[in-house]
Design a protein around this ligand. Structure first.
Ligand code: ADP
Ligand code: ASP
Ligand code: MG
Length: 827
């Protein structure tokens, strides 16, 4: 092993308390190699606490005393836990001395009610000193030969504060490094992050989050092998994981990509971090101290070149300044004058966008300098504004810049289209756009209150399979729960074979709902339901099923509920796709049917309902195809009730009809109240749906429907009804015998013809007719069309039952996935 340094940096999130310190110490002691540099931040939140004290002192608020005590308690607790009462004594004495100094500074500030930058820096910097001392002591305790040295970076790192932030004075810093940590040093040196000295030898800081920069400077000074930045996430992620739940770790990225991400707000690395390591080609790893088994992200000069983007970021707190006027057209030097004016004022510009018409220039600047920027621009162009050559200089506050970043964007067509397409579909208004000529970044300026939504929409557009379906299932009854089982059994295969990511994320029934965090575990949803179901709240249900960060939302309605059907319009308009075997919505008034079709267009949402007629038999889609391809449908006839098919298949005159109904009910072939089948209304609804698919504005109320239940039995309760059902036996037998005399059989048939006539009722059908050759509960439908004229198109098979109905709904789901991924970019 050569004597090269390895540098590590632990952020505040890795140094929150004693447990964290122990973990960090263990990681560093496990490091191989003779020379290890560990740059530490303050304990998480400590810098904020110190800066708050300065603020309180500026307000002459004596509460800073208490805050300092709180900080002391936190430090003492950690130190005693790590080193024991005895072991912590000298460390805590040093802390008391520091606290005295801090108190003096704060009192002085309170006196004049103002804190110069230097006082801010001095107070803020103590957090790093305390961390470094404590970690060094913990390391010394565990390994006296390797640990124990802490280094005050003010004696090492010399910077000069310039307009664009601190710049390192390398010769001086290098000389100090040789003095403090020169050739003879071996072991682990714990170095304070964040703080440094300026040319005059006074304390300064490297800015918020500056410890990353400290670590990079140290890595450069030590000409280290590698720099590892330890934090609380598994690496640089495709977006800020706090804002985008689907963010994923980026395995490898180039220096440029990392810098671009950092500049545009990826807080995980400080924007200046990479400068010092880039020149020397030192690779940087970002890793998670809470999950050290994860390899993290590698940032190096080269990365595997991948088409597309690496990450998406957002920075808030921006404002747009817009300069507009025809006087700018073709006049050279306008932009020069504008930026010169801003430079004189020290306003740094984050994004520039100029229309090629030169009619307007739009810049994004930090919101707190926007007004100043506007004033200096107005001043610089006073003459033009007065003469009307420039119309206006305006500002718009509360803006954010959302940027997609990646070296692979160069030469990859379609990235901008995808970016702006996803923003557009999410209804996000883009106020300005910029693309660097490096093609490493495309930025969009959006209202800050839409920034998270924009991030999520763009992220899902680029990262998730376009076939990621977020599903809410309503009605986990017989069909619904069978569907959940079927999905559970197939989901993995569909993911592997088709990149289809089906996530059932919510389940609802009449009064309760279950919301799954990323998804509901279909293996154990019933137990989960018992423990975690909550009162049904439709708004929350919808919001959960249709969040910004997932590309597609689907509601599957497995109820027969009018109330649920009444909600379809709103869901469709808001872009939620609907799949259902529930006939209620489509067989309601024709106006409502039309409205739903319109809503589905408005929301670009699909509404799939193959299973409303004949369960999974391809009845609706066949009719739709005939109509759409210009065939002329002359008639549609069929048996659309499995129950009625069964009853009349079995009824041969030997057993009374009422007897057959009772047996069928006991075997579960009828609805709990058999009148729901015998009334013919279910069949009438199905025929209505088919009529409408055939562009006939049929109203169910106008449809002659033969109710097999006589008037006098309609109002009874179910038991009384069954008791008196034998009253229909004689009439039914008479009809059977009359038909038999003509060589016919009784069938409950629905019929529709092109002239607009339609009917639903019991008919005597020729022995040889296809309707007489069906299995027990089969459905059958026969289309007579211009193309199928001599010989009708017939579809026949089981048209009910949970397995086939659920299977049909599942097929609709797969059909939806196909529609949605048509023309997909990376699937
Ligand atoms: P540390 O205290 O270790 O310096 P920071 O809080 O400064 O940690 O930075 C880590 C945090 O940065 C993460 O917890 C994460 O929430 C946030 N972050 C923002 N953007 C990204 C990103 N693109 N990748 C990873 N983390 C990000
Ligand atoms: N402690 C400093 C901050 O909170 C520096 C850092 O953590 O990187 O900004
Ligand atoms: Mg940080």
């Amino acid at each position: 092993m050569d004597g090269r340094w390895r540098i590590h940096k632990f952020g505040g999130s890795s140094l929150a308390d004693a447990v964290c310190f122990r973990r960090v110490a263990a990681l560093m002691l496990a490091e191989e190699g003779p020379r290890t540099g560990v740059v530490v931040s303050a304990m998480g939140g400590m810098t904020d606490a110190l800066l708050e004290m300065v603020q309180l002192a500026e307000d002459d608020d004596a509460a800073f005393h208490e805050r300092l005590e709180d900080v002391g308690v936190r430090y003492r607790t950690a130190a005693v836990d790590l080193l024991g009462e005895q072991g912590a004594v000298s460390l805590l004495e040093q802390w008391e001395d520091d606290a005295d100094d801090i108190r003096d500074v704060l009192k002085a500030i309170a006196l004049v009610r103002s804190a110069p930058q230097r006082s801010h820096d001095v107070v803020a910097g103590y957090g790093e000193i305390w961390s470094a001392r404590l970690l060094a002591a913990v390391l010394a305790n565990s390994s006296p030969e390797r640990g124990g040295t802490w280094v005050d970076a003010r004696k090492l790192v010399i910077v000069s504060q310039a307009e664009l932030g601190p710049t390192v004075l390398w010769p001086q810093s290098s000389a100090h490094f040789d003095d403090v940590l020169g050739q003879s040093f071996t072991g682990i040196a714990v170095v304070t992050g964040f703080i440094a000295s300026d040319e005059e030898g006074l304390q300064t800081t490297l800015g918020r989050n500056g410890s990353d920069f400290s670590a990079a400077i140290l890595a450069a000074l030590a000409d280290a092998d590698a720099l590892t930045i330890w934090t609380d996430v598994d690496g640089v992620m495709s977006a800020d994981p706090r804002r985008v739940p689907e963010a994923r770790v980026i395995d490898r990225l180039t220096y440029n990509e990392a810098m671009e991400l950092a500049y545009f707000g990826a807080k995980v690395i400080h924007p200046q971090t990479l400068g010092p390591v880039v020149d020397r080609g030192i690779p940087v790893r970002i890793r998670n101290s809470h999950n050290p088994d994860h390899p993290g992200s590698l940032i190096s000069p080269e990365s595997a070149r991948e088409a597309g983007i690496k990450g998406i970021t957002a920075i808030g707190g921006m404002a747009l300044v817009n300069v507009e006027g025809s006087g700018m057209i073709g006049v050279p030097g306008t932009a020069d004058r504008l930026f010169a004016a801003l430079k004189r004022e020290g306003v740094s510009v984050t994004l520039i966008s100029q229309a090629s018409s030169e009619h307007s220039i739009c810049i994004a600047v930090p919101a707190d300098v926007a007004e100043r920027a506007r004033e200096v621009i107005a001043e610089a162009f006073m003459a033009e504004l007065q003469s009307g050559q420039l119309q206006s200089v305006d500002t718009t506050g509360a803006q954010s810049i959302v940027a997609v970043v990646g070296d692979g964007m160069e030469g990859t067509p379609g990235i901008a289209a995808r970016f702006f397409g996803t923003l557009g579909r999410a209804g996000i208004n883009v106020r300005a756009i910029a693309q660097g000529s490096s093609e490493r970044n495309i930025s969009a300026v959006v209202d800050s209150d839409e920034a998270t939504r924009a991030l999520r929409a763009a992220h899902s557009g680029f990262y998730l399979s376009s076939k990621t379906l977020s599903i809410g299932l309503i009605g986990p009854g017989v069909v619904g729960s069978t569907l959940l089982d079927q999905i559970e059994r197939r989901a993995e295969r569909l993911k592997v074979d088709f990149n289809l990511d089906i996530r059932v994320r919510a389940i609802a029934r009449s009064r309760a709902m279950l919301l799954g965090d990323r998804r509901v575990d279909l293996d154990s949803w019933q137990t989960d339901w018992e423990q975690n179901a909550e009162p049904l709240d439709w708004e929350r249900f919808e919001a959960h099923v249709n969040p910004d960060h997932l590309p597609h939302a689907v509601i599957i309605d497995c109820t027969a509920s009018d109330e649920v059907a009444g909600r379809y319009g709103g869901w469709l308009r808001r872009g939620v796709h609907i799949i259902t075997p529930n006939k209620k919505a489509l067989s309601d008034s024709y106006a409502y049917y039309k409205q739903l079709m319109e809503d589905s267009r408005t929301g670009s949402a699909h509404y799939l309902y193959e299973t409303t007629v004949g369960a999974a038999l391809p009845v609706v889609s066949t009719l739709r195809d005939l109509v759409d391809t210009g065939d002329e449908v002359r008639s549609v006839e069929g048996i659309f009730s499995g129950t009625l098919a069964y009853l009349f298949n079995v009824f041969d005159g030997s057993v009374p009809f009422s007897e057959i109904v009772r047996t069928a009910k006991d075997s579960g072939y009828t609805e709990p109240d058999p009148r729901d089948d015998l009334s013919g209304m279910d069949v009438a609804r199905k025929l209505t749906i088919l009529a409408r698919e055939n562009n006939m504005p049929l109203e169910i109320a106008e449809l002659p429907v033969e109710n097999l239940v006589p008037e006098e039995l309609l109002a009874l309760d179910v038991d009384d009804f069954l008791e008196r059902l034998h009253e229909i036996d004689a009439a039914m037998l008479a009809r059977f015998e009359a038909a038999a005399r003509d060589g016919k059989k009784l069938r409950y048939v629905a019929r529709l013809t092109a002239d607009g006539s339609a009917s639903v009722g019991l008919e005597a059908v020729d022995e040889s007719h296809p309707f007489n050759n069906i299995n027990l509960t089969d459905n059958i439908v026969q289309f007579q069309t211009a193309r199928y004229s001599a010989n009708p198109l017939v579809i026949q098979g089981p048209g009910a039952g949970p397995e086939v109905t659920a299977g049909g709904v599942f097929s609709d789901l797969l059909r939806l996935a196909k529609y949605l991924s048509a023309g997909a970019w990376h699937d």
